[in-house]
Write a protein of this length. Structure first.
Length: 248
């Protein structure tokens, strides 16, 4: 009897530079090394039944990646998924999991929005936080805001505003406590066309602000006024942090 599990996992450190194609191969090899009874697709080239609903851009970190794994036989979830997590490369860790009951909605349908986090190094922190706070307030008050996305197959005009659920910008300490840094958090809907943080930055700054030092997908789930309800655990992930200046 086959069983399905959904896992939330991270993609941090050097693993954030792994492409979506290589990611699938890494997971298949880890499952084999962990000696788990994964189910395989039928056909001439069977593949492990592991699905990833949304590819992350290369270079972006995440604590909000999701996968669905179908096993050909029951597993001891606590032990077996912990062993799988230990077998994955450093930076890829299974954070939580849940067994999928019969008739459950598709995983992609639960990932209706993403909480993104963009972090700038401690350079002109106060001025940057103030600027972003003002621009966020303007964005939230608008009904539309078009940007041009440049692609190799031609430019495309997108309206960013319908995807924006909430925004918050803050000044906070660096991890070592030696300085301050600016953090922008945004809850963006995952509906097509998908709006990425790069599109949001163009809408907010249009080249006036340097690229952030780090972009992270924090979590995915159902959007709320305060952030989003995480898809697997149901916890509320707040868009606001302890803020000095904010727009939300």
């Amino acid at each position: 009897m086959s069983v399905r599990y959904r896992v939330r996992w991270s993609k941090e450190g050097r693993t954030r530079f792994v492409s979506a194609r290589d990611q699938s191969s890494i997971w298949e090899r880890a499952i084999r090394r962990a000696d788990l009874p994964i189910a395989y697709s039928e056909g001439f080239t069977p593949h492990a039944r592991v699905s990833f609903p949304d590819a992350l851009p290369v270079g972006v970190a995440s604590t909000g990646e999701y996968a669905e794994l179908t096993f050909a036989a029951p597993i001891r979830a606590d032990d077996d998924l912990a062993r799988l997590s230990a077998t994955l490369p450093e930076g890829m860790d299974i954070l939580t999991y849940t067994e999928v009951p019969a008739g459950a909605p598709k995983l992609a349908s639960l990932l209706r929005a993403t909480l993104w986090e963009l972090v700038w190094p401690p350079v002109d922190t106060t001025a940057l936080t103030t600027l972003l706070g003002r621009r966020c307030a303007t964005m939230l008050a608008a009904t539309s805001h078009e940007v041009v996305r440049h692609r190799h197959d031609g430019d495309r005009t997108l309206d960013v505003r319908p995807a924006v659920v909430s925004l918050a910008v803050a000044t906070g300490p660096t991890p070592d406590g030696a300085g301050a840094r600016t953090t922008l958090r945004a809850v963006l809907r995952n509906d097509a066309p998908t709006i990425r943080p790069a599109d949001l930055l163009v809408a907010l700054c249009d080249g006036e602000v340097a690229s952030p030092a780090l972009v992270r997908r924090v979590a995915q789930g159902v959007p709320t006024a305060d952030g989003l309800v995480e898809a697997l655990g149901g916890e509320l992930e707040m868009v606001r942090t302890d803020v000095v200046v904010e727009a939300a």
